[in-house]
Design a protein around this ligand. Structure first.
Ligand SMILES: [Zn+2]
Length: 133
């Protein structure tokens, strides 16, 4: 997978014990979500305890990486290089804040279908971003 947008160099993401597997999976170009085995609900960002029911019985599952734009913004003032950010509602029901890469900003709409892609950070860590389907 690749994007048509100009390359963007991300700062290296902050990693900790709760998101270590998320970043390890991203390195393999897999988007993963925590899933609660008690209430059968996924969540993001990764936590040891389910934010819905408090259970510690959670496991990692691979997301299909498809969803739709819930909200978005264009960052153009005070930045060296304009970029877009979006809340994406994944088909699994989880929202995540992400970079949105597209060569056609005018076509972006709430509800637009998008899919995950990955771009490397400054040190080579793959970071999930989203692009139009
Ligand atoms: Zn739960």
């Amino acid at each position: 997978m690749s994007t048509t947008a100009d390359p963007w160099i991300f700062q290296d993401p902050l990693q900790n014990a709760e998101n270590e597997f998320f970043w390890k999976s991203a390195q393999e170009k897999k988007l993963t979500l925590k899933h609660c085995l008690d209430c059968e609900t996924p969540h993001h960002y990764p936590r040891s305890y389910c934010p819905h029911c408090g259970s510690d019985k959670t496991e990692w599952r691979i997301s299909k990486g498809h969803g739709e734009i819930y909200s978005f913004t264009r960052m153009v003032r005070g930045v060296e290089k304009p970029f877009m950010m979006a809340y994406v509602q994944l088909d699994e029901g989880v929202q995540l804040l992400t970079h949105l890469h597209t060569s056609n900003w005018d076509a972006v709409r709430i509800g637009m279908r998008v899919r995950v892609d990955f771009l490397a950070s400054a040190s080579g860590q793959n970071v999930p971003i989203f692009v139009p389907e």
